[in-house]
Design a protein around this ligand. Structure first.
Ligand SMILES: [Zn+2]
Length: 276
């Protein structure tokens, strides 16, 4: 438990250091809940975002259909999150995660099961060590049917091997966790080639089914992932691989992401092993 707390603190500091320059929380929509752990805003009739304050507004999303609802991610440390969610929606809740990092699965203790991408199984021991619920696996392309509302599961690895985006084609938006960085991508597990592949896959989907934007894992109200940002990530990644752009030393990082590159309004933190 001590180790877990230490990991959480390091993670929080790391994110805060990285995002220190970012703007304040300015989410449009009605505030429907607030306590010391989380502020929840209504995004539209059946969608809410909760913002924690331990890892640059780590986001949780409540997405409701006619029959069921999902909670996407749990934030870092939100006490009694199950009761808080139940005060927002009366539908039965299934917990799904964009990826297994402590600021996204840190408050799972009161949920009997969680759905993740199997690619992040290796992170479970480190980031969900005390979880005794059931871990289920999502499939790429799977449809989560909430009744009158569907989410498509799209695997988008490179931040972690199991990073996943959930697309609501009817609403024209999705939920992408840290897959595209919330403006500051941490390339923990993947290479630049894998990032390009993930971005091209998502750009195609966004074009084909008219997805206007993706709600990111650290949503401050002004940093949705757009097609432009995803295209810019592709361009910057190609520039890095071709040698056109050189990364700088990434001062203050604590996770082995020793290099950083920033251009076209996007930023990627990476290490040497990602240069392929
Ligand atoms: Zn993450």
């Amino acid at each position: 438990m001590k180790t877990l707390i230490l990991i959480l603190i390091i993670f929080a500091n790391f994110h805060l250091a990285l995002f220190a320059q970012m703007p304040a929380l300015e989410i449009k929509g009605k505030e429907v809940f607030r306590n010391e752990d989380v502020i929840i805003h209504q995004l539209d009739e059946r969608t809410w975002v909760g913002s924690g304050h331990l890892a640059f507004f780590e986001s949780i999303y409540i997405v409701e259909g006619d029959d069921k609802a999902v909670l996407i991610d749990t934030g870092m440390k939100i006490t009694n999150l199950d009761s808080i969610v139940a005060s927002i929606t009366k539908k039965s809740i299934t917990l799904i995660a964009t990826h297994v990092h402590p600021d996204h699965v840190g408050s799972i203790d009161r949920f009997p099961e969680i759905y993740i991408n199997q690619g992040d199984t290796a992170n479970i021991a480190q980031f969900m060590p005390d979880y005794d619920g059931k871990v289920n696996y999502l499939k790429d392309g799977e449809i989560i049917d909430l009744g009158g509302r569907q989410l498509e599961v799209v695997f988008t690895p490179s931040h972690t091997p199991g990073s996943t985006t959930f697309i609501d084609k009817t609403a024209g938006y999705g939920f992408s966790g840290d897959s595209f960085g919330s403006g500051n991508l941490l390339l923990f597990s993947g290479t630049f080639s894998e990032l390009i592949e993930t971005c091209e896959k998502m750009r195609t989907i966004m074009k084909e089914v008219r997805i206007k934007f993706l709600y990111p894992g650290h949503f401050n109200g002004k940093n949705p992932e757009t097609q432009k940002r995803i295209s810019d990530l592709i361009t910057l990644s190609k520039d890095v691989l071709s040698g056109k752009v050189k990364g700088k030393e990434n001062k203050g990082n604590r996770f082995g992401l020793s290099r950083v590159v920033s251009d076209y309004g996007v930023r990627i933190n990476y290490n040497e092993k990602s240069l392929k």
